[in-house]
Write a protein that binds this ligand. Structure first.
Ligand code: ADE
Length: 422
């Protein structure tokens, strides 16, 4: 054990279990492994201090370990109060990283833990949802000057950054990792598509086939969730506010309607919109007895838990991660609604997040974007940037190679043809 690591975690004795989880994930992340093998000998992050705010589970831990192996001093905190895995956090402490995270922390502690991670005085940051970068632009502006730049993982975080960029408020350059092809086409669609169902199925132990699944939001994550619901045999209803996405859902073979209509029909509801109060009082009141409620959006604001509490006569935990709300005085008799993972993102609160092979690409983008910032950060403005295209293509090529797939390339004649055609 490295003595100098500072930490605030649940229980250091959990480390052996966490170590095994990290080893399993690492064995299924060939792109990151290849990049590590190439870059670690040159220690590209020597002298850098990296503060990470991500869902602290095994794949994230592996990214953090590789950054350390490549020379960085690393401090890590969780990006959601319910997504930290305490055994993984403990294993990272034993590996000499500064770790400030435990599952089930209060919101106040959540912010305090982010503050502790910032005590490293970062030169680089990785964020998921924008809370760490937000702190560097509010309470800890004093630290922002030392930051070369950072990366953001999610749609929600990018929305916040885009607004700051528009207002000229950014204090250092940020890279929108979420918007890279190798991120959203795979992580948001196939990652969320699988991990959300992993969370719901392992938590409820109920069948999906034959059920009516209502998905609110048809962005890349919603598309993945709906696609997998269909594959599991559900009838899928999509609720959208964007007419183009609604049309896309229709042509993809799903039913499309208002949530006020779908609320009466659904057996399982999943929010993945990025907006607040998507499912609220008026919807709960007309739902069927036994309906299951899950959120897959970054923040726990999509299902109004406050409304649910206000109209319920009682609430109890009926199974790990399932709360039963009983609405006693209601037309049509008493009914029970079941909320998974407190309305926090179900794939991480109730499962292990996206599959390792998917996070392999997302975290390879993170790693290479940080490497780019070390080399090019001083030439960048305090703006929001895309992941450079060559990094995106490099990750795709490495992934194909890892899967043993070769693809065609253009002949010189074809290249000339393509270039000349307008
Ligand atoms: N594991 C680590 N970060 C994650 C994310 N943003 N979504 C799903 N799984 C993850």
């Amino acid at each position: 054990m490295v003595a100098c690591a500072d930490y605030n975690i649940r229980d250091l004795s959990l480390a052996p279990g966490g170590r095994l989880k990290i080893q399993w994930a690492a064995a299924h992340m060939p792109v990151l492994n290849r990049i590590r093998d190439e870059l670690a000998p040159t220690r590209p992050f020597a002298g850098q201090r990296v503060a990470i705010c991500l869902h602290l589970e095994a794949k994230t831990a592996y990214l953090a370990k590789i950054l350390k192996e490549c020379g960085a001093e690393v401090a890590i905190t969780g990006s959601n109060p319910l997504s930290t895995q305490d055994d993984v956090a403990a294993a990272l402490v034993e590996d000499g990283l500064h770790v400030y995270a435990y599952r089930g922390c209060s919101m106040e502690d959540y912010r305090r833990l982010i503050g502790q991670a910032l005590s490293i005085r970062p030169t680089l940051v990785i964020d998921d949802g924008g809370d760490l970068v937000n702190m560097l632009h509010s309470d800890r502006r004093d630290l922002a000057r030392g930051v070369i730049g950072g990366c953001e993982e999610t749609t929600t975080g990018i929305l916040r950054l885009r607004a700051m960029d528009r207002d000229g408020a950014l204090l250092f350059p940020m890279i929108a990792v979420n918007d890279a092809y190798c991120k959203y086409l795979f992580d948001n669609r196939y990652g969320t598509g699988q991990s959300v169902w992993d969370g719901i199925i392992r938590t409820t132990n109920l069948v999906v086939a034959g059920k009516v699944v209502v998905v609110a939001g048809y962005g890349w994550c919603g598309k993945g969730v709906a696609m997998r619901a269909k594959g599991l045999g559900a009838r899928v209803i999509i609720c959208e506010v964007n007419p183009i996405r609604a049309l896309e859902a229709r042509m993809d073979g799903h039913d499309v309607m208002r949530l006020s209509d779908a609320a009466r029909m659904g057996d399982i509801f999943i929010t993945v919109t990025g907006c607040k109060d998507v499912i609220r009082r008026e919807h709960f009141l007309v739902m069927k007895d036994g309906a299951i409620l899950a959120n897959a959006g970054h923040f726990d604001v999509e299902i109004s838990v406050a409304d649910l509490r206000a109209i319920s006569d009682s609430c109890r935990l009926v199974r790990n991660n399932i709360e039963e709300f009983v609405l006693a005085d209601i037309a049509g008799g008493p009914k029970r609604l079941y909320l998974l993972g407190e309305g926090r993102l179900v794939n991480l609160a109730c499962a292990d997040g996206h599959p390792a092979e998917i996070m392999d690409m997302s975290f390879a983008l993170q790693f290479l974007s940080l490497d780019y910032l070390v080399r090019e950060g001083s030439n960048l403005e305090d703006r929001l940037y895309s992941v450079p295209e060559d990094i995106d293509f490099r990750v795709a090529r490495l992934k194909l190679a890892a899967e043993g797939i070769s693809i065609d390339s253009l002949t010189p004649d074809q290249e000339r043809y393509i270039e000349n055609v307008d």
